[in-house]
Design a protein around this ligand. Structure first.
Ligand code: ATP
Length: 216
């Protein structure tokens, strides 16, 4: 499947944030978004998901315009920057809500198995994030949006999730943004740089340096 967002125009209090932004994601591909702080990456993900209304945008799925908020279709999942899970529920509960196999999770993350009776608020920030990323990635949807999944993860966890993301892309389109640009460059099939309120495809690390995103 091909997912496109086109002609995005976003203003906050009349201040332009995004202008004529275009982005494409495809089943079988990881699309990485890079850009300086405040360049509009999170806003674009929220607009795609449907929780932020811009002045203008057009979303197409396999060429057909999508006329309702994407999240209302039940075919998209998003990991926002902020915590997703209610703090008082027990760790195992959201697996039922998201219809994700808890046993498989425990096999992959054996260190989390003994914590299955703990409440979300009793886990570390990184442990909570591990559960959230896993749930969003494993949901039965067509497209997954990940906003800074790696921010609280240790290097080994970043590697582990990079592997899971690469496996999940076989059935899904995945859009990911993170300031750990090495990890993003490693796993992404396509990279967009957000700059000057616009998005552009970049093809090499040198281009990212020449465009002033990476230090020379
Ligand atoms: N609710 C809001 N009201 C007003 N301005 C906002 C709001 N949310 C974001 N902005 C502004 O919009 C711009 C883009 O923000 P956004 O969070 O999309 O950037 P980002 O590229 O995801 O940044 P970061 O990498 O730092 O998370 C920023 O200048 C920010 O100050």
């Amino acid at each position: 499947m091909i997912f496109e967002i086109d002609n995005v125009e976003l203003y906050y209090d009349e201040k332009p944030i995004l202008k004529s932004v275009y982005l494409k994601a495809e089943t079988g591909k990881i699309t990485g978004l890079l850009g300086r702080n405040g360049s509009g990456k999170s806003s674009l993900l929220k607009i795609f998901f449907g929780t932020l209304k811009p002045k203008y945008k057009l979303i197409r799925v396999d060429g057909q315009p999508l006329l309702k908020s994407f999240y209302k279709t039940g075919t998209i999942a998003m990991l926002p920057q902020f915590p997703l899970l209610p703090p008082t529920i027990k760790m195992q509960k959201p697996f039922e809500l998201y219809e994700v196999d808890f046993g498989e999770f425990c096999e992959l993350f054996s260190e989390m198995k003994s914590k299955n009776n703990q409440r979300i608020r009793e886990l570390s920030g990184g442990e909570q994030r591990i559960i959230e990323i896993y749930l969003v990635l494993k949901r039965n949807v067509n497209i997954v949006l990940l906003d800074e999944p790696f921010a609280q993860l240790s290097p080994l966890m970043i590697e582990k999730f990079s592997t899971i993301i690469q496996k999940e892309k076989e059935q899904k389109a995945i859009i990911i943004t993170d300031h750990r640009y090495e990890a993003i460059l490693d796993i992404s099939d396509d990279i967009y740089l957000f700059q000057n309120k616009q998005s552009r495809i970049v093809n090499s690390r040198l281009e990212l340096t020449n465009l002033g995103y990476l230090p020379s």
